[in-house]
Structures are given as C-alpha cells and as structure tokens.
Design a protein around this ligand. Sequence first.
Ligand code: R5P
Length: 291
Amino acid sequence: MSVLLLSGARHLIENFRKSAKGLEIQEVESRYFPDNELYLRIPSKPKEDVILVQSMHGEPDKRLTETVFAAKTLKELGDCRITALIPYLAYTRQDKRYKEGEAISQILTLELLSFSGIDKIITIDAHFHAGMPKIKGLEIKNLKLASHFKSFFEKFRGREDYVVIGPDDDAFELANLLAKELELGSGFIDKKRLGDEKVELFSINVEVKGKHVILMDDIISTGSTVVEAIKFLRKKEAKEIHVVATHGLFVSNAIDKLKALDVQSIITSNSVPNPFAFLDVVPILLEELGL
Ligand code: R5P
C-alpha cells in the first residue's frame, strides 16, 4: 500500500508521516503551465493498493481536475485499487436542481471521480443531507466528525447550563451527536438561505436564555450562517458561545466577521488549513482504513 498526496492535502503530509509509519508517502507532482493548464506526474509505479489523498478547498475546480488526472493516470500505469481520502469533498451542497437548468454538481463530481478510476471515497461530513448518493461502481463512506470534537469540551460534560445548537436543521444531526457524547441538551435554529452570503434565522426549538452554547455546523464558508446564528443566540440571551465546524473554509472575510463577535472559541478540523484547525483528521481517516 502507498499513500499519494495531491495539492489540497499537502498541509497534511507531516501528519501522515507521523501517523502512517511504515507506509510509503509521496506527493504527486503537479503544477500549472503559463496558460493555466495542469501538468501532473505520478512519481513511481503504483502499488496494488493506492491511497490517494486530496482535500478540495480553495480552488475546487483545480483540485477536482487534479484528482481525476491522478486517478486515471494511476489506473493506466498499473492494475491498482484506488481509495481516495477526501476529507473535504467540494461541490456536495448542490444536490438537486433548485432552479430549472441547474447542474447537479454533487452527482457530477462523484461521477467524474468514479470515471477516473477511484474505487472508494472516504470523506468527512460531506453535505449528503438529501441522502447518500448512489454512483455505480463507487463505494462512498461519509465519516461523522462530531463526536471527535468532544475532547475540547470535556469540562462541560453533563452541565445543565450548556447546550449544543445546530445553526440550521441540517446541522442538527451533528449537534445532536456531539451533545450525546457530552451528555448535553441540543437543538437547532430554523434558517432560510436568501443568497450566497445572506441567511435569515427565524426560531429555535430549545431555550438558550442564560445558557452557554456550543454552535456546531459542518462547514463555515462565508461565515454568514454562524455569524447570524451568534447574533440570534445573543438576542435570545445566550451567554458564552463556542463555534465548532468540521470544515473551516473561511472565505469572504469570515474570520474577521467572527472575530468581531468575540466568541469564546472557534474550533475546526484540519480538513482545510486555517488558523483554528485543532482537530487532526489524519488518524481518523487511517483508522477507517484499519491502519
Ligand atoms: C449549509 O447548509 C451548510 O450546512 C452550512 O451552514 C453552510 O454551507 C455555511 O455556509 P456560510 O458560512 O457561507 O453561511
């Protein structure tokens, strides 16, 4: 078995070296020509089992193209089984045609990955809220990270003045998982998305007045969802607020917007490199592989 890292996973290379001792770990050679076309080279003949690691943050189109080029080339170079570890899988939020004529990016992306020769994808908290997508010939495992965040909040275990809240109903599953691990209450806010950076929050299904809140979501992108949720919770007289998310993309000045709100803590995984990436996904991914 060998581990091959693509550009979106380069920030994880030392973690792989530390956690996957004894495994051959290499980087795929990739760069862009002056006209922005991709050059890619697999550094050695593939072993029977290849673990291809990519995280599709920052420039999802480039990460996707790179993954497709790498997997297809691996299959051409040798008869190998490819398991792709993609902690942050992009394009999963568009899971249906909300307006006539829209591309269903989630399915298209998975079909492209399958076409490239990937046999199995192991991802984390992918936005599969409409159900696990079914792509012929492609096995997909979607790990849930919520319970792994419990170590950051052990001191609040079982306290009645703490509650875990999802900023929308989709996030309730994660919030509830974390709440169960910590023996805390849980709830969610009713959210409506009005635009790329605009959301409206209506109501909450639990009392937060006088309570400390752990706000748990799968993704922080522009920060609109958590920012509005924090303002909403403060209007409801919540006290300290801790923000937790699996994937911290933090685009559109999300960090500045969050810092201005003076929350107690911000914690994400390192699926995407960011200043709050305190939970290492590498041992979790390797454990799923039985390593
Ligand atoms: C939406 O359904 C997701 O769970 C996140 O709440 C959303 O993607 C966060 O995006 P933003 O930070 O731009 O509000």
